[in-house]
Unconditional design. Structure first.
Length: 137
């Protein structure tokens, strides 16, 4: 029995290319880094605080000391834009400090994506949705 649907043939020019998706996610990260910095500058808050807290979300990797599953969950929760977006919403009630923290957090996540550090996979810390990092690369 013949199939009336023939899959489109791919050529090197039309073949699915993961590199394009990875490039777009890195560019998106760069835009979010820039927006976080611009928002923080607009708020006029302390750049010392920005520098001190910029890497704070990476403290979530300490959860890997408990287990890979706990580490993966914790790290990924802290490295999605959902949490800083919710913090920015809280800024409506609590004021500009929450906006500043959300801007720093957004900039951090954007920098991670720009540099190729993605959300962690359960297969290990060196495996991310953007590909392997570190020695796994």
């Amino acid at each position: 029995m013949s199939n009336s649907y023939d899959a489109p043939r791919t050529t090197p020019l039309t073949a699915p290319d993961n590199a394009n998706a990875l490039l777009l996610q890195r560019l998106e990260g760069g835009v979010m880094l820039a927006l976080g910095i611009i928002a923080y500058a607009w708020l006029g808050q302390s750049w010392v605080v920005f520098a001190v807290l910029f890497l704070a979300p990476d403290l979530a990797m300490l959860a890997y000391l408990r287990s890979t599953a706990t580490g993966t969950l914790t790290y990924n929760l802290v490295h999605t834009y959902v949490a800083p977006a919710l913090l920015a919403l809280l800024g409506l009630a609590f004021g500009p400090v929450a906006f500043g923290l959300a801007a720093i957090w957004t900039a951090h996540i954007g920098a991670d994506r720009l540099l190729g550090y993605g959300l962690k996979l359960s297969s290990g810390f060196n495996q991310t949705h953007l590909g392997p990092i570190g020695k796994a690369r």
